[in-house]
Design a binder for this molecule. Sequence first.
Ligand SMILES: [Zn+2]
Length: 220
Amino acid sequence: METGSYRQWRKMVLDACMWLSEQGYFGSLRGSGGNVSVRIDECAMAVTPSGIRYQEMTVDDICILRFGLDAIEVKSGRHPSMESGMHGMIYQNRPDAGAVVHTHQTYGSVFALTNTAIPALFDEVALSLGPVIEVVPYAFSGSRELADNVASKLSNLANAYIIQNHGIVTLGKTLHEAMLHAELVEKTARIYALALSTGKSIGTLPAFALDKIAALRKMT
Ligand SMILES: [Zn+2]
C-alpha cells in the first residue's frame, strides 16, 4: 500500500522515538526495544514498526493501524510493533489516552524485577500518574495475554504501569504528556531505589494528601 498520508502522526511518533532513544529509555541505543504510538481518531493509531533500529527509522516506517490491528497504511516490508495489541487495547479501554509509550527504562525496570508497586511519594508525581504505579503480571512479550493483563489494570485511571520482568508503559492525553510520564516514572523509581538502599524507613504521602490528589485528578 502507498504511504504518504498520516504524515503528521508518523512524524510525531518518530520524533518521540528519537528523543526517548537518545535519553536511554529503550534500554539500548543500537536496538529496537520499546514502542510508541499516538491516537489518530476513535479507531486508528500510528505505531512504531517492529525490528527497525531507531537510528534507521524513517517517517514512512511508522505503521497506521486500527485498534483491532487491521492495517490502514503499512509500508511494504514493514510490520507493526509486536506490542501493537497492547497499544490498541489501551486506546479501546481508556478514551482519555491520546498516546502510549512503552519503554525498557533502567530504574523503572528495577521495580519490574522486584515485582514491586511504587507508592505515592511526591505530590506532583501522584497528581500526574495516579496514587500508585501498579505492577502488571508477567506474560510473554507481544502476547495477547500481556495486552489483556495491561487492560485489566486500566480501570484505576493511572497514567503509568510497571510490567513485571519487562518494563514500563505510560499513557497521556498527548504524546508529550506520555513521554513526560515516562520521565516521572524514571525520576521516582530512581529516588525510591536509592531511598530503599539506605535501609531506612520511607515515608509515603499521608491520607489527607491522597484525598486532595484524588479530588484534583477528578477535576482534570
Ligand atoms: Zn518491551
